[in-house]
Design a protein around this ligand. Structure first.
Ligand SMILES: NC(=O)c1ccc[n+]([C@@H]2O[C@H](COP(=O)([O-])OP(=O)(O)OC[C@H]3O[C@@H](n4cnc5c(N)ncnc54)[C@H](O)[C@@H]3O)[C@@H](O)[C@H]2O)c1
Length: 281
């Protein structure tokens, strides 16, 4: 496939671009910053003219695309003012989705986030583990992801062949970042993430799975390791963090408090890189 990859210079974008190319796909990366060369074009996704023109063709780069993988975003609150996070991300995502629709590109895979399902969980979720049925935002970054998902749900109604898959990533752990698990025995560690994590290479593999299983319509999937990032039995953590919140029966000691069961079932995706393989407490 010939794939446009937004956010190609970022953490998830670099791993995803590498993986797609390993699999033989032709990838054109776009980002605000990047290394000039055959696989990259500098684009500001806030500018609809740039986005639409890039989708239609780029001299010396491509003359038609099969799919768009949209990972570009300001990935957390605090880097820029809260309002800028919302404006940049929602504008960029609208521009990408609408330009793809105008250009007749019918397969989109986009990064959503655990921030669309309750992060930082100061408000208790309705049940544990949390899955795609729960949508709640408490930051402008999360609000942007909720708005984007709502927009996708509407846009697929405009074209019966349009496929949009949103991957609700939890915290993405890159190579060299496993040292943070030194705190795995601390009951406050990763509380705002319900203890969850996902290796960046597994995150890239989720994009591959979403492209492979793309079908018309909109679906969201939680993308998290099938494992707790906290070295305290999960039923104990659930009771400590959220007393009174119903917990699925049979929750194992190392089971995560966010569930990627839907991604396993429908995309055939399960993360395989676990923190204990990289770091021992
Ligand atoms: N890293 C995580 O833990 C995490 C967790 C959940 C969701 N996500 C989502 O995954 C995606 C990738 O995150 P990441 O960790 O690779 O972030 P990153 O910051 O490493 O990469 C994002 C890239 O997007 C680019 N970008 C931002 N605004 C742009 C614009 N207007 N035009 C062009 N490029 C623009 C940036 O230059 C950057 O290279 C994002 O959508 C993020 O919200 C990330």
């Amino acid at each position: 496939m010939r794939i446009l990859l937004t956010g190609s210079s970022g953490k998830l974008g670099r791993a995803t671009g590498d993986r797609l190319q390993d699999l033989g796909h032709e990838v054109l990366g776009v980002d605000l910053h990047g290394t000039a060369g055959a696989g990259f074009t500098r684009v500001d996704l806030q500018d609809y003219g740039q986005v639409l023109d890039t989708m239609l063709g780029v001299t010396a780069r491509h003359s038609g695309l099969d799919a768009v993988v949209h990972l570009a975003a300001i990935p957390v609150n605090g880097i820029v003012p809260d309002v800028t996070t919302f404006h940049n991300n929602v504008t960029a995502t609208f521009n990408v989705a609408f330009a793809a629709h105008r250009a007749g590109i019918r397969t989109l895979v986009v990064a959503s986030s655990i921030t669309a399902m309750g992060f930082p969980f100061e408000v208790a979720p309705p049940a544990l583990p949390v899955d795609e049925d729960y949508t709640a935002a408490f930051t402008t970054y999360g609000l942007g992801k909720v708005v984007e998902e709502a927009m996708f749900g509407q846009l697929v109604g405009w074209d019966p062949e349009l496929s949009i898959t949103a991957l609700r990533y939890t915290n993405v752990v890159g190579e060299g970042e496993w040292g943070t698990f030194a705190r795995a025995g601390d009951p406050d560690y990763r509380r705002d993430l319900l203890g969850s994590y996902v290796d960046v290479r597994d995150g890239a593999e989720a994009v591959v799975a979403a492209l492979t299983h793309a079908r018309p319509g909109f679906e969201a999937y939680v993308i998290a390791a099938p494992d707790s990032g906290v070295d305290i039995p999960s039923p104990e953590l659930a009771a400590r963090w959220f007393p009174g919140v119903p917990v699925a029966s049979g929750l194992g000691d190392r089971d995560p408090l966010v569930s990627s069961a839907k991604a396993a079932r429908e995309l055939g995706w399960t993360a395989t890189r676990l923190w204990r393989d990289h770091y021992s407490v």
